[in-house]
Design a protein around this ligand. Structure first.
Ligand code: ACM
Ligand code: ZN
Length: 575
């Protein structure tokens, strides 16, 4: 039976009533409206039963065999419950029982809530984090608020057995075009945690700013982290004249890695190479084909100035940088970018004596594909180096052009084609197609009411509709590790705007990443968002209300249908 059939079972909440209320009044009061089960992403298997468990001041028992981080994850739930309900929990076995169950899969958890209390089981930190997040969403949203709140602190009786569809459930953040503080980044991780994501792809280097402290190359942050102004809106000839920048110290990055790890999230750093390197070149111009001078870029776009592929010092530089990166980030994967190395202008590699010599020595024939083969060479050398240290590379789908070396993982962003091709050639792939997963696109149609976006139109429902296996033959599907959305920040400078672009699209993404296909249902998801909006309010996290007919940062009412048709006719878009 589908879980949705089960979802229709009404829930009668048991509420503690004043002892002096008469029996007739008691009967009347116990017959409450059925409670909507509003957990996002919808768990795999849920059976709701009649009755509820009061958790205010409940007894808690935590398995002594649990590892420290799992116990801490459980502890966070208990203290949030204590704060929000205003009542301390006690030790004891007749309430919430958190138990290690090695028989469960690594990200699986089970929850069984009945009159004798609740059994919550998992085999790993991630399982306990996801159990905790499900329990939190089953409780009043005030549990996210960090303050005492008057509410019915009850959990409905339920049987839940849950585990994700995809192992890789990512969210990306561009910290280069605009810089996000450690605190802002932690808030980003907080909502990722709430919606059971487990990979944070941190885009840390760009033409417009180098954001990571590298001790061996101090100029990367002394010079490369700062730009002399930013273009204004979409005017590519403008510059606001305001010096802009920032970077993360190694200590701060370690803090983020640890913060994420406690929440079951692996941070995957991206050092984008050999393109998108103008900020690094401004600090070390000798690493470019022309020798510079270069200046940290103040415009958006794809620059033709890239690392010289014929200069051995470039590889020494990359290995040094990546060694410090590996020291900070324990992730198995290091993202090495590889996107947009070449624009429509002449490629400097075609006229650089060192690059030409390198192509000759590699036997690369002159021609339009030569640069792709040279990029392959750069990718392969970096891949060899990282592999020799026990790490693996992820590259944007351009790395497929030419000959990609075995063992690389491809991130499909120019639509789904890169993922389809990668999987057919035996490479693992992560799907981040710009048609469904680019959260820098407009989410409302009324661009004049929306905050600035790069373009496109990606409403919530379209994110939700994404099916990652579409177009992938069954025999290749094992190569699709998962799904990620990307949030590029050229046109996003303020935290409220960042949050608006992220939410609630991240929630839709979470169901693409987590739910088995039969468990997806946009109508149910849309209803559950009412609870999500309360959660986000309690977290003081901003979000779009486009799906409720309110558009823009100041949430103006959307146009009526006739006005909208007229508006769309007059504002036909190129995306
Ligand atoms: C990308 O959007 N340039 C990967
Ligand atoms: Zn060169």
């Amino acid at each position: 039976m589908s879980i949705f059939a089960k979802m229709t079972i009404p829930i009668y909440m048991k509420k503690t009533l004043l002892l002096c209320i008469a029996a007739i009044a008691l009967l009347a009061c116990s017959k409450k409206e059925p409670q909507q089960f509003s957990v996002i992403p919808m768990p795999n298997q849920v059976t709701l039963e009649k009755g509820s468990l009061s958790v205010k001041g409940i007894a808690v028992d935590v398995d002594p065999n649990m590892d420290q981080l799992s116990a801490k994850a459980v502890g966070r739930f208990i203290s949030a419950l204590e704060t929000a309900s205003g009542t301390a929990c006690k030790d004891g076995e007749d309430g919430l029982r958190f138990k290690l169950n090695p028989a469960l899969a690594p990200e699986q958890y089970t929850i069984s809530i009945g009159k004798d209390g609740a059994d919550i089981q998992a085999s790993t930190l991630n399982g306990f984090v996801y159990a905790r997040e499900t329990l939190k969403q089953m409780l009043p949203a005030a549990i996210y608020g960090g303050q005492k709140a008057k509410a019915d602190w009850v959990l409905p009786f339920a049987q839940i057995d849950d585990s994700p569809r995809f192992a890789y459930r990512g969210m990306h953040l561009d910290a280069c075009r605009h810089f996000w503080s450690v605190e802002e980044t932690k808030r980003y991780l907080d909502v990722m945690t709430a919606y059971k994501q487990n990979r944070f792809h941190w885009h840390l280097t760009e033409d417009q700013g180098w954001r990571v402290e590298i001790k061996k190359y101090p100029l990367l942050t002394e010079i490369g982290a700062w730009r002399n102004g930013t273009m204004i809106g979409k005017d590519f000839s403008s510059n606001d004249g305001i010096r802009y920048g920032g970077f993360y110290t190694q200590e701060q990055m370690r803090e983020i890695v640890a913060y994420a790890a406690e929440r079951g999230i692996t941070v995957i750093p991206e050092i984008d190479l050999p393109g998108h390197m103008v900020a690094a070149l401004s600090a070390y111009p000798e690493l470019g084909c022309s020798g510079g001078p270069y200046e940290v870029w103040t415009r958006w776009g794809v620059d033709s100035r890239i690392l010289c592929a014929g200069n051995e010092n470039v590889f020494t530089f990359l290995e040094d940088v990546l060694s410090e990166i590996m020291d900070i980030f324990p992730s198995e994967y290091i993202h090495i970018g590889g996107d947009e190395c070449f624009n429509d202008e002449a490629c400097p590699w075609d006229s650089c004596p060192k690059c030409i010599a390198r192509m000759r020595s590699l036997g690369i024939k002159q021609g339009p594909d030569a640069k792709h083969y040279l990029q392959n060479y750069v990718t392969a050398r970096v891949q060899d180096f990282l592999n020799s240290k026990g790490r693996k590379i992820i590259g944007w789908d351009e790395v497929l052009q030419g000959n990609l070396t075995k063992g690389a993982t491809v991130m499909s962003w120019r639509g789904v084609q890169g993922g389809i091709e990668a999987a057919s050639k035996g490479f693992d792939a992560i799907m981040t197609p710009n048609s469904f997963c680019y959260f820098d696109h407009y989410q409302g149609m009324e661009r004049d009411k929306e905050p600035l976006a790069i373009g496109g139109y990606l409403p919530l429902e379209k994110v939700y509709s994404y099916e990652p296996f579409k177009g992938i033959p069954a025999s290749d599907q094992k190569h699709i590790l998962g799904v990620q959305a990307n949030l590029w920040t050229e046109y996003i400078a303020a935290e409220k705007h960042l949050e608006y672009m992220l939410m609630p699209r991240l929630c839709a993404l979470s169901e693409v990443q987590w739910c088995q296909v039969p468990n997806k249902d946009y109508t149910r998801f849309d209803k559950s968002l009412d609870h999500t909006f309360k959660i986000l309010d309690a977290m003081d996290f901003f979000y779009s209300l486009d799906c409720r007919g309110m558009v823009g940062l100041d949430r103006k009412p959307a146009r009526d249908a006739a006005e909208m048709a007229d508006y769309l006719e007059k504002n036909k878009t190129d995306w």
